[in-house]
Design a protein around this ligand. Structure first.
Ligand code: IPT
Length: 992
């Protein structure tokens, strides 16, 4: 269905857009902003699949959903980095509870397509289920299906098989576009069932390509973008489309490519990953004008950052890459970083804001791009083990604010305010008169200053490299707040009272003034707060933190409706959850997580998580007198502020005991190294040409694994030759991602191991690849006349991403060329990589190790194999070149009402050069490299992990001669535990 401009406006309600833009003089014209526009009003209700039609329009200030202003406060998570669909709901509920109204997701082509024309959207790949879950959770979805996504995944999301196809990816090449269309057809067929415009789901926006900054000025680039646009529209996607410009370049603004005459359905966005050491730049609506100014490149669309750093990815460890582990990312991009940058974004008029990542998850199997290791924790607000960290506080406070206080969806710059030592942004809502002051301290010492506001001078302290936001003239329900030095978090009406929340740093003193024409009745419900009434103003002071929440009740004073003021420090604020129910809004204080709330008559039913100190307090509809928590009625009393508060003690988190891992058994493999191994069913290396960007060696056959259909994990080569009596050495060149490795044998005798990155003379780094040549001397006894077999195992790691659009994902993986000194025998090569794709665990689960081909990683080995497996204990110390498997089973009995997050920890002397692939119940949970790190703990997601039942663990260890090798200490570790959680459906894990 092609949409004309008219039909598009009808569907998406772009009337507001036309209205806002009316008379504006094009880019840069101030009238665009000053145009009469949708006035400030209540935001749209939380989205769900409600069967109704909705419009998604916009003006320069914000998105307009059904004509109402929406600030998009979005967090990024990747379903493909959490291979347990039940846990999607857990993460989404955490996001929703902590203030997000939107989730942004990539869809990774390689994860769904093992071969051209073959697609899998079932099981852990069930996109439909993810979109349903997001809608049920009340989150909008920003969908980003590429086709290129980057995202630190193998090939930047391109399937392995695409590396062996004709044409240049990320251009308008017809072969490439043919594959792209096949992919988008599949995705769009599912997405179409979840469009918010149709009321069938909550998909709000849809991204084309990803940070596409190559070919921008070329016809092929424009034709490619235009093709994607038209394809997606033809597939029936009628929500606004957008692209995420890699920086503030002004690339792909509306009108920069052909959209078939359609206007108004396309947004401009740009990404930002500022270094924490830099001062937050003004790159939003109010920044320096022109195309390089960020949002000013597209003055008629709202300020939109589709990706803003919420952490950063960590590279491999070791001297070469120096990855430091994710605690470091969480430390350098902490909550103060978030306040400085996100508040600056707000002050710059960016009202569509996505934090990449909010939950990073795990790049399990062979998913990680060469730059990263298995964990993709990202230092995000929700850690890889699904724990909400202290970094959530600013997100929680701002997210709820944007959803509950409409003034923030339409802010203009107001008169400049200068304060020595601080950067101050002064903004005002033209409809309500509310004023907002974002104050930022870029220095290294705290600054205490008097901030001149329209409500008088306010004394504030901004800690070093932090920011603080204040507001004046905000409506708090039926009353008006003159000012507050603590940041407003939300204001809602819960039953017959208004509830307003304010937050700040622990130890701050909140100073809040309410306009009260008559003297009100004030009750402090906690001992710390103080108040005074003077000349029509109620002054309330409350210290933040120490003792948890400070509650102050205001009644009368010109309005009958009581107002409950809640003052919280960051940690306490994260325990305050507003939740809308059909019977009205409730505000819940106390739990670590509120998943869901319902009101039935006088009974409030809540579900969520508790930690060890649980008290629950609820403000809700009139007359509520009973509290049910996670299905159990709990004793409560009614407080002076009208809340319902638990009296007795609630059960905290019981102790979770994890077993020791014992009963290990081992088995060595690599029979491929032996001269008599039968390789007659392996692929013959008979190709002479390749679409790879790596040149095919002159005269030699193509040895690149991808050309023979082997795309992930390890590859074996066997080269057979006769004669070669003069051979002195063999030179093996290979190409891999970082941390590649090659082992060679001649007639079953080990020749040696080479591993990357080794800063030796043979190693070259070309675009997208690490190439090295290992030269092994051939001992005289291996130079006999007759037949010889050269066996080579290559851990080729992953394909490079194609960030620059020059096909680097097509750089060869595996052996590239082989030569000899002393003789030049004719070698005939065969190779073997991964077997048929695991129909449940997918294409990225396995490579071509013998044990993998034989299913040693799977649960339930047949009994007949038993005697082949020898009992062992850890730590082990062995010197061997090759592959050794270790297996054990263990049982867990985590109580059903505890959400425990469990990890596998491997530790050993870091000098030992060995690595292990970790298989839990057959699922490849990642790669541990003992001498590289920095990752030692691997998250085992519940669902794959049976928390009540038996589990099979298998380690495939690659070891070499140069050092001793382990495993050393291997243990289970508890990464988090909450009383609550969600029911987890076991992820199918078929056995042998
Ligand atoms: C930006 C990508 O769009 C995203 O996929 C991811 O790779 C992210 O960076 C880093 O984690 S690319 C930008 C940093 C140049």
């Amino acid at each position: 269905m092609a949409l004309s401009r008219r039909t598009f406006s009808a569907l998406t309600g772009c009337a507001a857009l036309g209205f806002a833009m009316g008379g504006s003089g094009g880019p840069g014209a101030p009238s665009a902003f000053a145009a009469r526009s949708v006035p400030t009003g209540p935001p749209p209700a939380p989205p769900r699949a409600d069967g109704r039609r909705h419009t998604i329009g916009y003006d320069p200030y914000s998105l307009l959903v059904d004509g109402r202003r929406l600030v998009v406060w979005s967090g990024e998570m990747h379903p493909f980095r959490l291979p347990s669909p039940s846990l999607w709901r857990d993460v989404l509920q955490k996001m929703r509870a902590h203030g997000f109204n939107t989730v942004s997701v990539y869809v990774s082509w390689n994860y769904h397509s093992p071969a051209p024309g073959t697609f899998d959207f079932s099981g852990v790949r069930d996109l439909d289920l993810f979109l349903r879950t997001a809608a049920e959770t009340g989150l909008y979805v920003i969908l980003r299906p590429g086709p290129y996504i980057n995202a630190e995944v193998d090939g930047g999301g391109f399937p392995g098989w695409l590396t062996a196809t004709k044409g240049t990816a990320r251009t308008a090449d017809p072969t490439y576009l043919g594959h792209v269309d096949a992919w988008l057809t599949q995705v769009d067929r599912i997405v179409r069932r979840h469009l918010y415009t149709q009321g069938r789901g909550t998909v709000l926006l849809y991204q084309l390509e990803n940070e596409y900054d190559s070919h921008v000025t070329e016809a092929t680039g424009r034709a490619y973008m235009s093709h994607l646009y038209k394809k997606v529209r033809a597939d029936g996607i009628d929500v606004p489309l957008f692209h995420n410009d890699k920086g503030r370049n002004g690339y792909w603004v509306p009108g920069s490519f052909d959209t078939g005459g359609e206007e108004g359905g396309y947004l401009y966005g740009f990404d930002g990953y500022p270094s924490p050491s830099q001062n937050p730049p003004d790159w939003g609506k109010f920044g320096p004008g022109g195309p390089k100014g960020g949002a000013t490149a597209s003055p008629n669309t709202p300020g939109f950052v589709p990706e803003f750093g919420g952490g950063w990815f960590d590279p491999w460890g070791g001297a070469w890459f120096d990855g430091k582990g994710y605690p470091e990312a969480r430390r350098t991009r902490d909550s103060a970083y978030e306040r400085r940058f996100y508040l600056t974004n707000l002050a710059n008029g960016l009202t569509l804001h996505n934090v990449y990542m909010t939950f990073g998850g795990t790049s399990w199997g062979w998913l990680p791009a060469p730059v990263v290791y298995t964990s993709y924790d990202y230092g995000a607000a929700i850690d890889e083990a699904r724990n909400v960290t202290a970094k959530m506080a600013p997100m929680h406070q701002l997210g709820h604010l944007f959803q509950r206080v409409p003034d923030f969806a339409r802010l203009d710059r107001a008169a400049d305010v200068t304060v020595p030592g601080l950067k101050v942004y002064h903004l005002a809502n033209p409809d309500t008169g509310a004023q907002v002051y974002v104050t930022r301290n870029d220095g290294t010492k705290p600054v205490t200053a008097e901030l001149p506001t329209n409500a008088g001078k306010l004394r504030i302290t901004v800690p070093a490299r932090d920011a603080r936001m204040l507001a004046t003239g905000l409506r708090l329900g039926r009353r008006t707040m003159k000012y507050s030095t603590a940041q407003p978090v939300l204001c809602v009406t819960a039953g017959k009272r208004d509830v307003a929340v304010f937050a700040g740093r622990r130890g701050d003193l909140a100073d809040l003034v309410l306009e009260c024409p008559q003297e009100p009745n004030v009750t402090r419900l906690d001992p710390e707060a103080g108040w005074a009434y003077e000349r029509g103003e109620l002054h309330v002071g409350a210290p933040l933190g120490e003792a948890g929440l400070s509650r102050v009740l205001v009644t009368g004073g010109g309005t009958e409706t009581p107002l409950v003021l809640l003052f919280a420090d960051d940690a306490t604020s994260m325990r305050i959850f507003p939740h809308d129910t059909p019977s009205g809004t409730v505000v819940v204080y106390g739990p670590t997580l509120l998943r869901h709330a319902e009101v039935h008559g006088t009974e409030v039913r809540l579900t969520g998580d508790l930690d060890d100190d649980p008290v629950i307090e609820v403000w809700g509809p009139r007359g509520i007198d009973t509290l049910v928590w996670n299905g159990r009625r709990v004793p409560t009393r009614v407080t002076l502020s009208g809340s319902l508060m638990t009296t007795g003690t609630l059960p905290g988190v019981p102790e979770v005991r994890l077993p020791e891992l014992t009963g290990w058994r081992m088995r060595t493999e690599n029979p491929e190294a032996g001269p008599s191994f039968d390789d007659s069913r392996w692929r013959r290396a008979d190709r002479t040409t390749s679409y790879s960007t790596t040149p095919v060696p002159k005269g030699g056959p193509v040895l690149f694994a991808d050309d023979y259909g082997f795309h992930y994990g390890d590859v074996w080569y066997r080269g057979t030759y006769s004669g070669g009596t003069g051979i002195e050495s063999v030179r093996l060149s290979y190409s891999s991602g970082t941390q590649g490795l090659l082992m060679a044998w001649l007639d079953g005798e080990p020749l040696g191991t080479h591993r990357l990155p080794v800063p030796d003379a043979t190693t070259t780094i070309r675009k997208g690849t690490w190439e090295a040549t290992a030269t092994f001397p051939v001992r005289p006894e291996l130079r006999s006349p007759g037949r010889h077999v050269l066996s080579v195992l290559v851990r080729r790691m992953q394909h490079d991403q194609d960030g620059k659009g020059d096909d680097t994902h097509k750089a060869a993986r595996g052996l590239t060329s082989v030569s000899f000194t002393g003789a030049a025998p004719e070698v005939s090569w065969r190779l073997q990589g991964e077997r048929a794709v695991d129909p449940v665990r997918g294409p990225l689960n396995n490579g071509g190790l013998y044990g993998e081909r034989e299913g040693w990683h799977l649960p339930g080995l047949p009994d007949r194999d038993d005697r082949e497996w020898e009992p062992v204990t850890f730590p082990r110390e062995e010197r061997r070149q090759g592959v050794t498997w270790y297996r054990t089973t263990f049982r867990l009995s985590v109580p059903g009402d505890v959400d425990a997050s469990v990890g596998l920890r491997l530790e050993d002397d870091p000098y030992r050069a060995y690595r292990a692939q970790i298989f839990l119940n057959g699922w490849n949970m990642g790669q541990y490299i003992n001498n590289v790190g920095p990752q030692h703990t691997f998250v085992l997601p519940n669902g794959i992990l049976r928390t009540r039942g038996a589990n099979t663990l298998a380690l495939a260890v690659l070891s070499e001669f140069t050092t001793l090798s382990g495993p050393g200490k291997v243990s289970l570790t508890l990464l988090g535990a909450a009383a609550g959680g969600l029911p987890v459906t076991p992820v199918p894990s078929p056995g042998h």
